[in-house]
Design a protein around this ligand. Sequence first.
Ligand code: BTN
Length: 246
Amino acid sequence: MKKQKIEGWLWQEFDELQSTNDKAKELVEQGDNDELWVVTAKRQTAGRGRLGRAWQGFEGNLFMSLAMPADWANLNIYVFISSLTLFNIINKLKSNINVKLELKWPNDVLLNGAKISGILLEKAARDYLIVGVGVNVKASPQPGETPYQTTNLAACGFDIDRLELLRYYLAEWNHNLEIWKQQGAAVIKDMWLKNAKGLNEEISVSLGKRIENGIFVGVDDNGALLLKQGENVMKILAGDIWFNED
Ligand code: BTN
């Protein structure tokens, strides 16, 4: 296990873990100060995704969990920052690469309409928040293995290593957190919305067994998706959204 400090975070890297989120939770339980931790693994054998799904652990991809004391009244801001951070990094890297980069509610990043990353926020002891981020750097699931299309950075022409991405992510996370503190939540929310796929368009939202259709008109202060159906606006806190072209 490698241990060092990067970008103000205490980083521990493991060859193999079941889930970096679980290891981060362990560190929080054992710790007794407000340290910021980041845990990475070269391989992840039982990665978790949103809505009870599994997250595949291809070697060469980035599996990381950030652990931080959090402001729980503003959880939605961490949700926006988690995907905006990756979005901004890829945006900076893509100057010579012709790809379409978008955000998908609640916190996915899409390249050419396909999912490049997955982010899972979980609660840990001592009011810590765990932000678990998986990025398809070198490999992604085969078509049909996931309910949505996936891709990876290498396949889209990005020559980047998972640990370079780790460093960029931490630096960009710190920067976005500062923007939130200095300029307020509305600035973060607006940056997210400006790049959200399907805004003001007809979408479908699957809520377990039920599907709701409507116009995606925005997000509220809790991060809920606002779906306009006739004169009513429905607030959706968790679900999967689908676009007309999917
Ligand atoms: C999703 O369903 O889109 C979220 C996937 C989150 C996967 C990451 S990989 C690192 C961290 N450890 C886990 O077990 N899950 C997250």
